[in-house]
Design a protein around this ligand. Structure first.
Ligand SMILES: [Zn+2]
Length: 80
């Protein structure tokens, strides 16, 4: 497997949400969302806990999107 090229002129946005308390942007990658249960706001140290049951549909959606993005990357590589 070839290593994925990081820079293809594509703009990379950092996924995350603004802190509900202070508005500080908390970075949440898809991987950390899928593997972590809590996030700490670097601004006010508020801990955001993810309710796994409540957020499951959202997490599943994220996982799906993630898989699709992976597939997309693979396709792109094969097309070139
Ligand atoms: Zn905060």
């Amino acid at each position: 497997m070839k290593q994925r090229e990081e820079n293809q002129g594509k703009q990379q946005r950092t996924p995350g949400i603004p802190c509900p308390e202070c508005g500080f942007f908390i970075e949440m990658s898809i991987y950390s969302l899928l593997s972590q249960a809590d996030f700490k706001c670097p601004g006010c140290l508020l801990t955001l806990s993810m309710d796994r049951e409540v957020s499951r549909p959202a997490l599943e959606l994220l996982q799906k999107v993630n898989t699709q993005m992976d597939n997309l990357e693979k396709h792109k590589r094969f097309d070139i």
